[in-house]
Design a protein around this ligand. Structure first.
Ligand SMILES: Cc1ncc(C[n+]2csc(CCOP(=O)(O)OP(=O)(O)O)c2C)c(N)n1
Ligand SMILES: [Mg+2]
Length: 340
């Protein structure tokens, strides 16, 4: 009997099924978060990652635990891929004391020092120059970590994007810029906002390596990220990746999506769901079957449901803690008084 170890993109069955699970965890987590928002359990804004799962999970598979990830307000998926505990993540969305940021950050400001997931930024493009700072620190301190920064197509139109790309090349920084081009910046279609249809000319303008990938194909994303991460780690050079994707839901839960047709969104869901595409690829390659997929689906759903239970049964932050963690006070010069 010939025993073959089937692989795809150099990944074995276990790794491929882990990738599948990560995407499903993102999907179920976000759907549970949507429910929590609708029930009024989650306040503020809530931007879901549904539809874009192949990007965060594919990129993350190319990373080492010590690598830095920094992102926008659409960062729950990136946090889950980086290993942040779904319970603590959901509790943060619920504003509970057991949240990753003790309930003070909420959906847009997820942060975990332990996992080197350094935000969650609500200001469009703010995370790009900060990523350059992390990458510069790696270079100066001779630490071998790579910094990955995720941002949307809308961030490209901010000055900070251009400043960051320029500095990354001038200083030869080990950073990977991942633009998740989901075709919209709130209600602004990218074709109405960009003078060009690809990010390649922008990369060229800053003498940077560039790759455009199908952001609905987790393996294409993984392979592009693998090359970029290797380039950063071994030669300290930056890369710009443009992942073409689509968000299945509105910009945030408060968005009625009047700027695009229902048919358009339905078409993407029907033909380009990254999880379905990945399952088809694994099935066609004879690597995994419906039973394997169901096991992952059940497990991801259970973890997401447990996260809701955990969040919902966790206490709100204590009023007495209101003035804690507001400022770093290394000298002890600032005397904070607790509210009476
Ligand atoms: C500097 C700044 N300008 C405007 C906003 C308001 N705003 C919030 S999200 C957003 C759209 C950004 O779209 P994109 O970068 O494509 O990311 P996506 O939401 O599609 O993931 C805008 C304009 C903001 N938060 N910060
Ligand atoms: Mg966008």
């Amino acid at each position: 009997m010939v025993i073959r170890d089937l692989t795809l993109a150099g990944l074995n069955k276990e790794q491929l099924l882990n990738l599948h699970y990560t995407m499903l965890l993102m999907r179920h987590f976000e759907e549970k978060a949507a429910e929590g928002y609708t029930l009024g359990k989650i306040g503020g804004f809530l931007h879901l990652y549904t539809g874009q799962e192949a990007v965060g999970s594919g990129v993350n598979l190319a990373l080492e635990p010590n690598d830095v990830v920094i992102s926008s307000y659409r960062e729950h998926g990136h946090a889950l891929a980086k290993g942040v505990d779904p319970n603590a993540l959901m509790a943060e969305l619920y504003g509970r004391a057991s949240g990753v940021s003790k309930g003070r950050g909420g959906s847009m400001h997820i942060f975990s020092k332990e996992h080197k997931l350094f935000g969650g930024y609500a200001i469009v493009a703010a995370q790009l120059p900060i990523a350059c700072g992390y990458a510069l620190s790696a270079k100066l301190l001779k630490e071998n970590f790579v910094t990955v920064v995720y941002f949307g197509d809308g961030a490209v139109d901010e000055g900070a994007f251009h400043e960051a790309l320029n500095l990354a090349t001038v200083w030869q920084l080990p950073v990977v810029f991942v633009c998740e081009n989901n075709l919209y910046s709130m209600g602004m279609a990218v074709e109405r906002a960009w003078a060009v249809s690809s990010l390649e000319p922008r990369a060229k303008a800053y003498a940077m390596d560039f790759e455009q990938v199908n952001g609905m194909n987790a393996l294409d994303v993984f392979q592009a990220a693998q090359k970029a991460v290797k380039r950063a780690r071994e030669t300290s050079r930056p890369t710009l990746i443009e992942a073409k994707t689509y968000r299945f839901r509105g910009h945030s839960m408060a968005d009625p999506t009047a700027y695009r047709s229902k048919e358009e969104a339905e078409q993407w869901r029907q033909t380009s769901d990254p999880i379905v595409l990945f399952e088809n690829a694994l099935r066609e390659a004879g690597i995994a079957n419906t039973e394997d997929f169901k096991k992952n689906d059940d497990r991801a759903l259970q973890i997401a449901a447990k996260a809701v239970e955990f969040a919902d049964s966790s206490p709100l932050p204590d009023l007495q803690s209101l003035t804690e963690d507001i400022m770093v006070d290394p000298t002890g010069a600032i005397a904070w008084r607790r509210p009476r």
